[in-house]
Design a protein around this ligand. Sequence first.
Ligand code: EPU
Length: 788
Amino acid sequence: MKPVSENHSAPEQAPPWTGPVATSERVLPLDLPGFLTRERHQIHLVGVAGSGMSGIAALLIELGHTVSGSDKVSTMETDRLQRRGLRFHEQHRPEDADRADLVVFSSAIKRDNPILVSARNFRKPMVRRAEALAAIMRSKRGIVIAGMHGKTTTSAMTAHVLREGGLHPSHYVGAEIPILGTNAHWDPRGEYFVAEGDESDGTVALFQPEHTLILNIEEEHLDFYADLGAIENVFAQLITQTTGKVFYNIDDKNAPRVCQSVARAVSYGFANGADYRAMDIRLKVFASAFRVNHRGKDLGEAILNVPGEHNVHNALGVIALGSELGVPFEKIAKSLAKFVHARRRFEIKYDSPRFLLVDDYGHHPTEIRATLKTARSVGRKRVLTMFQPHRYSRTNVLRKEFGRAFDHADRVVVTDVYGSSEAPIPGVSGQIIADEIVAHGHRAVSYEPRLEWVHRTVGNMLESGDLVLSLGAGNIHEQLSALAADLVIAEKLKEIVGEEGEVRLYEPLWKHTTLRVGGPAQFWVEPRNEKAFAKLIRFCRDENLPLFAMGRGSNLLVRDGGIRGVVVHPSGGDFNKVEVNGAEITAGVGAKLREVAYAGKAAGIGGLEWMEGIPGAVGGGLRMNAGAMGAQTFENVVRVRYLDSNGNAHTKTRDEMEVYYRDFPLLEKNFAVSAAFRGQPARLEEIVRKLEASQEKRRTSQPAAKSAGCIFKNPDSCPAGKLVDELGLKNASVGKARVSEVHGNFIVNDGGATAAEMLELIERIRATARAKRGIELETEVQIVGEPG
Ligand code: EPU
C-alpha cells in the first residue's frame, strides 16, 4: 500500500491538511473571517482557473477586494471573471502578486510555484482555498453539503430553494450552475451561506457550519485517505463542529453509522423510520415524482426535473433542510420543480428521434452505476459509453469496482487516464479498467488510448436508437461534443439519401480498399440514385464540406488519418445497373468493370474482355482510364453521364472529352453517374478465349495478396514492374508493406500494414529508381487523406 498523508485522521487542534506549504511555514492573518468579509484588501489567487478557485475569486470580488490571479491556462471562467474585475495573468510570476496583502492557493499548486516561494520568503500571509472559504462562511450562518456523490447538484438545489424561499443565501458550488447564474455568489442581504464541502483532501473538516447535510460516505480519494475509517473520521469532525442540525441519508451504507448518534440529527430517505421519507416514488425518463412524509404526516407531492433515483435522495435532503429552516413545503416543491441540472450532470448534448447524446461527470464506480441505470431507463435501444478514468490513484485503487460498474452499458470504450494534477503511476492506464470490465464478463469493451479518436470509435458503432453517454471528470465531454457536431451533419445527410441510402460516421476506409489500409471517412455516404447524389453535391457545396467519390477502392491508398468531409460511395440501386442496348452496354458507376465484360459475353459483344482483369468499379475505371492487356477504358466508352459541382446532370460523348494515359481530368471536379460502352459483335468462343487469356495473365503475372494494383505509371522507357524488378527491390519491405515477389509494380499488404509504411516503401522505390536509373516514377495509385 502506498504511503498516505499522516494527516488523514482528524487531529485534535491543527487543521487536517499539509498541502504544498506547511502551516508552520506560513503567516496567517489573525482574524481571517474579518480580513476577508469586513475589510478590503488586495488578494492574489494562485491557480485561479480551477473550478473551486474561480468561485473564491468571484466571492472576493463581490466582497469588494482588489483581486488578481494567475494560472497556466485561461478558461471561459477566467474570461468571465476578468469582465467582473479580476486582473488575470497566464503565468505564475512573483511580481504579479507583489502588492497582494494575501495569497490564496489551490491544492493543485506545487510547493515550488514561484509565487508561493516568493510569498514564503517575504512572509506574506497565505491561505489555502478551503481556509478562505471556511473563513468567509464563518461570517454567515453556514450550511455545508458534504458527501462523495451529488454535492454539486445538491448544493445548487439548496441554494436555489433557499433563494426562491426568499432567504437571499450566498453560495459556493463546484461547477457553473445555469439556474444560479454563477458558481459562487455573495449576497449581503441574506444570513445563510451554502457551500459544497470538498472531502477529497480533508479540508471539509475546516468548516464550522450551522448545518451540515451528509449525502453519502464511501471509499474515495484513497490517494489521501488510508481507508474508510479515516474518511469517516473527517466527517465525524465536521459533525462535531456543526452547531445546528445534521441531515443525513438514512439509506446510505455508512452515513447513518456516522450521524445517527448525533442529538440534532435529521434523517431522510426511503427507509421506514426516516424523518423525511419519500413515498410513492415514480421515476420517469427525465423526471421523478414522489410524496414526502414527515414523521407520519404527508407534506405533499414533489416533482423533480432531474432524472434518477439518486436525485430523489438529493432532493429529499434539500426538502428536509429547507423545511427545518422554515421554508413552507409548497414553496420548496415549487422551486424544486423549476430546478434544472448543473452542467455535466446527465446533460443532454444532442437529442433526435434516432440518437440521444448525454454527458455526465460521473467518475466513481457508484456514480457510474447510477448514471448508467438512469441512461438505461431512458428507454433507447442501446447505451454506448465512452469513459475516461480520472486520476491515476483512483484508477489504481478502485479498478475492481470500475470493472463491475458498466453492466448497464451495451458497449464501452475506455480511454486513457485524465491525470488531473497527479503524476502517472507506472502500469496504471485506461487499459487496466478495460481489462477489469472484460474480466467481469462484459463482452463489448475496447480501449482507445488516443482521446481524440474516441468519438470516432464510438461514432462508428452508432445505430439508430442509441444513447451515447460520456463519463468522466476530465475532458471526455469534448469527445461527445465532437460527435454531436458531426451527428448534426450526419442526420442531414441521412435525410438526403433517404431510407434506402446509408450514412455512417467515421467508417474505416481500410474496409473499403483492396489494399486494406487507411483511416476513417468523417462521413461515409451511400446514395442509391442520381437525385440523391445531386442533392448531396449541393449540400456539400453549401456547407463547404469536401466531397470525395470512392468506388471499390482498388486503386486507392488512403492515409492513416482518413478523409475529412464526405466520402460518397455511389452503389446499389441505379448505380449498380448494367443494361445492354444493341451493341452498347450502359453501366452505373457502382457496377464492377468486370460485370461489363461478362454482360458483353452474355450479349455476344466482344472487345471488352480486358475489363475482366480490373478489380475496380466503372466509376474508378473512368476516373483513372484504367487499362489492361494493352487496352484502356476510353477505347470502349461512347458516353459518360456526370453531375457537375452544382449537382446538374450532363452527358458527353467520347469526342467531347479529353482523356490521357491513366487520367480523365473531367472527373477531377465532376462526378460520374454512368457510362455507355461499345464493343463489336463477336462469337462466344472468341470472347471466352479472350476472357480466359486475361484471367491467365492475371493469375500468372499478378499477386493474389491484398494490393492496390499497379503502384506506378509505366514510364516511357520501361514498364515500372520490370524496372523495380531490375533494381532488385522485389520483397523489399517496410513493416507489413512489401514489394510483391510476383510483380514488381505491386506492393502487397502482409496484414495490418499502415499507409505510412506503404508511403515509405513507395518513396524508397522512387529514390532508388532516381539514383540508379535517372527515372522519375510517378504513382498511378491515388494517394488521398490526412496523415495519421
Ligand atoms: N515485368 C518484369 N518483372 C516484374 C513485372 C513485370 O520483368 O516484376 C515485365 C513483364 O514480364 C512484362 C513487362 O514487365 O514484360 C510489363 O509487365 P505486365 O505485362 O505485367 O504489364 P504492366 O505494364 O506491368 C499493365 C497495367 C496493369 C494490367 C497489366 C495487364 C499499368 C501501370 N499496368 O501492367 O494494370 O493489369 O498491364 O494487362 O499500365 C493497374 O492499372 O493497376 C494494373 C495492374
